[in-house]
Ligand binder design. Structure first.
Ligand SMILES: [Zn+2]
Length: 356
């Protein structure tokens, strides 16, 4: 089968490799339909290996070269023994956290925060940028007819975003600031709206990204954090000018975190989602004196799967709106990865189509 494999930094190869073996007990083989290129995939390409296993992963035994891709959907082409809940032909999306049975956190439904967990497409042999992938049945969620393959390929980042909104305690009528209009930021704004937020502000310093987001007409207040009156303008649009109930930081940027702390109302919540390259300075005096809760969101619990699928099926979440590019596997390096590596690109999400 054809697959895009990570060998080393700046060394992705489109190769002909052996497809996965017949599924063992509890395993399923997915004929991949579509796979998103995640920011972390791009980081692996430009600066990796970061999360890609170099030594055989203790759980999966996999190491580079391996097939990238953890945001994908497809159709089950084979199911192993002891797979009761799924049948060949079922359409599914992937939950990429591969959990170690018996692990302390896995036993509590928190495998996503365990350090024994592996990830499909980063520390397993077969990710979504190949024609077939093999995963345990616990790592797929069924897609109803009303959910498309493209929506299924966006399940994973959508789940990351919804978990961030959950962690922030967004509910009906909340006011929310999201910093950073990358894919996770835009999906977090979408999830906040779906959770009932009455006002959603999205701050983004890059004018091309602001324009792109404005063109999607999703109903957010798009604001420029580089403007001198940025903080007072946003605060002025909140209840009694006090600031937002919840701020969700998706940029991994020191100034964006400072904006979140400054613009959260007293007693509000800041959720850190973006990953920092360097350790940021944080104004703890301001944070403490405002009694703001600073929390984090990392991945999502496996239990969120059916909820995300139902929210997409009902139309509450429309993750396909962030798709700005579609490429074939044969073009994925030149028109996907290399395009996203250009500093001036204005893409939100590029999907790789694995089948016609
Ligand atoms: Zn990702």
């Amino acid at each position: 089968m054809k697959a895009l494999r990570f060998h080393a930094k700046r060394d992705l190869r489109l190769e002909e490799i052996a497809p996965p073996a017949s599924p063992g007990p509890g395993e399923v083989v997915v004929a991949v339909s579509a796979c998103g290129i995640c920011g972390s995939d791009l980081h692996e390409y430009l600066d990796g290996p970061i999360f890609v296993a170099v030594e055989p992963h203790p759980l999966t035994g996999a190491s580079a070269p391996l097939v990238l891709g953890h945001e994908f959907s497809g159709r089950l082409s084979a199911v192993g023994g002891a797979v009761g809940r799924f049948a060949k032909g079922d359409r599914v999306a992937i939950l990429p956290h591969l959990n170690k049975a018996g692990d302390y956190f896995v036993r509590r439904g928190l495998g996503h925060i365990s350090d024994t967990t592996a990830l499909v497409g980063l520390s397993s042999a077969y990710g979504g940028m190949g024609e077939y992938a093999i995963v345990p049945q616990d790592n797929v969620v069924r897609l109803p007819d009303g959910v498309t393959d493209e929506q299924g390929a966006l399940f994973e980042p959508m789940a990351v975003a919804l978990n961030a909104v959950d962690r922030g305690g967004v509910f009906a009528g909340s006011s929310v600031l999201v910093t950073g209009a990358g894919p996770i930021g835009v999906l977090a704004a979408m999830a906040a709206k779906a959770a009932g937020a009455s006002r959603v502000f999205v701050s983004e310093a890059n004018p091309a990204r602001r324009a792109r987001l404005a063109s999607l007409q999703l109903g957010y207040e798009i604001v420029d954090p580089t403007q001198p009156d940025f903080a007072s303008a946003v605060a002025g649009m909140t209840e009694e000018g006090l600031g937002v109930d919840v701020a969700i930081e998706c940029a991994g940027h020191e100034r964006a975190l400072a904006d979140c702390i400054r613009l959260a109302r007293r007693g509000g919540t800041v959720v850190q989602v973006g990953i920092f390259v360097d350790a940021p300075r944080v104004d703890m005096r301001l944070l403490v004196s405002k009694a703001v809760t600073l929390t984090t969101s990392w991945g999502f619990p496996i239990t969120i799967g059916p909820r995300v699928v139902q929210m997409i099926a009902s139309g509450q979440l429309q993750p396909e709106k962030i798709v700005t590019g579609r490429v074939r596997l044969s073009d994925a390096i030149a028109k996907g990865f290399d395009e996203l590596a250009r500093p001036d690109h204005d893409h939100l999400k590029v999907l790789i189509a694995l089948r016609d």
